[in-house]
Design a protein around this ligand. Structure first.
Ligand code: HEC
Ligand code: HEC
Ligand code: HEC
Ligand code: HEC
Ligand code: HEC
Ligand code: HEC
Ligand code: HEC
Ligand code: HEC
Ligand code: HEC
Ligand code: HEC
Length: 326
């Protein structure tokens, strides 16, 4: 029994040693500041900072190319506790500069997406990135470098592509193909970008929508007239615009998921003409000869044109006056 415990103990120690060697290797799990508790990328043991000029001595091409880059212009006081220049991202370079060994430098080729993003997040951890951790992008393993090219990015946001559309379409072809359908948001016309509605860094709302509370708020930002409040609301409208609309693009007009009347007939019975008033309080909707055919060939909104809500009572034919017809 004693032997068993000794063996057990040995295995634990051996296992632990193996673990530390494999996973930290020459890159120790050291700390750079008080943030180290959260930081998952490796740091370089016993190395010190040498300054970007030193890196430029061997990586002259990159050094020249990076000259105008915002990261090379950061002042020390902007990132207290962190190094600026090349080593702000690549870690202290003294050992690497001496031995020219690429394992003695933070090399993004050897980092997984979480580690790579953490290099950036040590400085970019302000409110704008609050929801990064629980964004779909982070969760499925897209790192900052899925969209940013920090060395070569041309625009102010150091993006891989110059427009949000060409950037997002690299991975979202199914969605971007929809904007070529007859009805679409003017995305390819350049009036709004994918980021007009989405925050690629995540948000509180499902589908990473640029909103603080709920889906409709995103739409209200540009379509204020649909916000109300209306005296006579249409319930699905106040619930979610996407019950009827597919924001990326549709075959039907007005970004509608289906043409009328079929869209409406999912929830309502068809009728064409309102008939005479009834005394019972129920409107007598037209079911006369030909009405069915006409119902199927007409848009309900030629009459119910205030489909998003109205403040005017309809001429209530014994109904309750909220027929959304004026
Ligand atoms: C004395 C020359 C020298 C200096 C100084 C130097 N490097 Fe290197 N670096 C190299 C060589 C050589 C390689 C290996 C290149 C290869 O394997 O293709 C390398 C590789 C790298 C890599 C990995 C590249 C890859 O494709 O895997 C990175 C990142 C890097 N260096 C960053 C830096 C940074 C940051 C500094 C400044 C702190 C720096 N280097 C200073 C010579 C140097
Ligand atoms: C803002 C962070 C950041 C700064 C600052 C930075 N790098 Fe990099 N570097 C990266 C990332 C990220 C990659 C990996 C590229 C990728 O995956 O898109 C990289 C890749 C590299 C490579 C590998 C070869 C290549 O071109 O991909 C070398 C070498 C390198 N950097 C050297 C430098 C030098 C030298 C400097 C300073 C002049 C520097 N880096 C400044 C983040 C940075
Ligand atoms: C040493 C701290 C530090 C690190 C590490 C760092 N950044 Fe930055 N970055 C800054 C500062 C400071 C600015 C300029 C101020 C600002 O706009 O936030 C900046 C600017 C940017 C900008 C342009 C923002 C704008 O408003 O124009 C982008 C994009 C960016 N960084 C992405 C990254 C990515 C991606 C990484 C990881 C590869 C990274 N940064 C690593 C400190 C850092
Ligand atoms: C899915 C693509 C994508 C990913 C992944 C991504 N970004 Fe961005 N980032 C963008 C776009 C697009 C912009 C341009 C501004 C906007 O639309 O919000 C941007 C802007 C920025 C800015 C400037 C923000 C501002 O509002 O001034 C910073 C800083 C930044 N990104 C850092 C990061 C960091 C750090 C990561 C990783 C943790 C990251 N980004 C991951 C697409 C992305
Ligand atoms: C007018 C606002 C708006 C614009 C512009 C927009 N989206 Fe969306 N997107 C939405 C809404 C709203 C949803 C949620 C859809 C739902 O509830 O059915 C969504 C959902 C998505 C989804 C998740 C879809 C799924 O079924 O999993 C992706 C991916 C997406 N959008 C990518 C994009 C891309 C890429 C672009 C640019 C070509 C873009 N979006 C432009 C509003 C927009
Ligand atoms: C490097 C690839 C890549 C790029 C570039 C990229 N995405 Fe994504 N995105 C993904 C992956 C992978 C998923 C998860 C699977 C899916 O839903 O398609 C995702 C998911 C999403 C979702 C769904 C979120 C949810 O909660 O279901 C939206 C919205 C989205 N991306 C928007 C964008 C926008 C906007 C851009 C451009 C600024 C962009 N993406 C660029 C890879 C990418
Ligand atoms: C960033 C601004 C912006 C946001 C956010 C926005 N839209 Fe739009 N929307 C537009 C623009 C611009 C047009 C085109 C108007 C025009 O051509 O007159 C448009 C047109 C439309 C149309 C009519 C399309 C057609 O074929 O005529 C519908 C429907 C629509 N948006 C629904 C929505 C919904 C639903 C949302 C929320 C998911 C939303 N929009 C969010 C800017 C926006
Ligand atoms: C019950 C289905 C339904 C819902 C839910 C709905 N819409 Fe509509 N929407 C329509 C119909 C039908 C049309 C076409 C109206 C017409 O042809 O007169 C339309 C047209 C539009 C248009 C283009 C024409 C115009 O009036 O400017 C915009 C923009 C629009 N909707 C935005 C929204 C927004 C924003 C929401 C969420 C607040 C929303 N819709 C919710 C059915 C709906
Ligand atoms: C997702 C289901 C749904 C769709 C699709 C839908 N509606 Fe509605 N609609 C409702 C609900 C729920 C009410 C509220 C019913 C109530 O108060 O009894 C309502 C109310 C109405 C009213 C007011 C009458 C009343 O009793 O309040 C009219 C008129 C109306 N809808 C017309 C339309 C038209 C026209 C379309 C197609 C453009 C349409 N609806 C699409 C669910 C829907
Ligand atoms: C020719 C005009 C016209 C057309 C087309 C039309 N309606 Fe109506 N609808 C009316 C009138 C008028 C009323 C009664 C208004 C009132 O009660 O004051 C009404 C009432 C309604 C009501 C409310 C009944 C109630 O409870 O008060 C619903 C729901 C409705 N219509 C749905 C539809 C749908 C769905 C379509 C398309 C298939 C459609 N309508 C097509 C004129 C029309």
């Amino acid at each position: 029994m004693k032997r068993f415990f000794r063996m057990f103990f040995f295995l634990i120690v051996a296992g632990f040693t193996f673990y530390s060697c494999t996973f930290t290797g020459s890159l120790g799990g050291g700390k750079e500041s008080g943030m180290s508790r959260y930081i998952r990328y490796p740091t370089i043991k016993d190395a010190t900072y040498v300054g970007s000029e030193t890196c430029g001595g061997c990586h002259s091409e990159i050094f020249e190319r990076m000259k105008g880059n915002i990261h090379m212009k950061i002042a020390k006081f902007e990132v207290p506790g962190y190094q600026t220049g090349c080593e702000g991202c690549h870690g202290p370079g003294s050992k690497h500069a001496e031995e020219m060994d690429p394992t003695y430098i933070i090399n993004f080729k050897n980092l997984n997406s979480f580690q790579a993003s953490d290099v950036c997040l040590k400085c970019h951890s302000d409110a704008k990135m609050l929801h990064w951790g629980d964004s779909k992008h982070a969760m499925v393993g897209v790192s900052c470098m899925g969209c940013h090219d920090v060395h070569n990015g041309k625009d102010e946001y150091l993006l891989k592509e110059t427009t949000a559309l060409s950037l997002c379409s690299q991975c979202h072809q199914d969605i971007t193909s929809k904007i070529y359908l007859p009805s679409h948001h003017p995305i390819r016309e350049g009036k709004i970008g994918c980021d007009g509605c989405h925050n690629p860094h995540g948000s509180e709302v499902k589908f990473m929508l640029r909103s603080v509370k709920r889906l409709n708020d995103v739409c209200y930002e540009c379509h204020q007239d649909k916000e109300g409040p209306f005296l006579y609301e249409h319930e699905p409208v106040s619930e979610r615009c996407t019950i009827c609309h597919e924001p990326h693009g549709t075959v039907a007009d007005n970004l509608l998921k289906q043409n009328e009347p079929f869209l409406c007939l999912q929830c309502h019975e068809f009728h064409f003409h309102a008939e005479l008033p009834s005394n019972t309080g129920t409107p007598q909707v037209g079911m006369g000869a030909g009405s069915m055919t006409r119902a199927f060939t007409t848009r309900c909104t030629i009459c119910h044109y205030q489909i998003h809500g109205s403040d005017e009572p309809s001429q209530s034919l014994g109904g309750h006056g909220k027929a959304l017809i004026r």
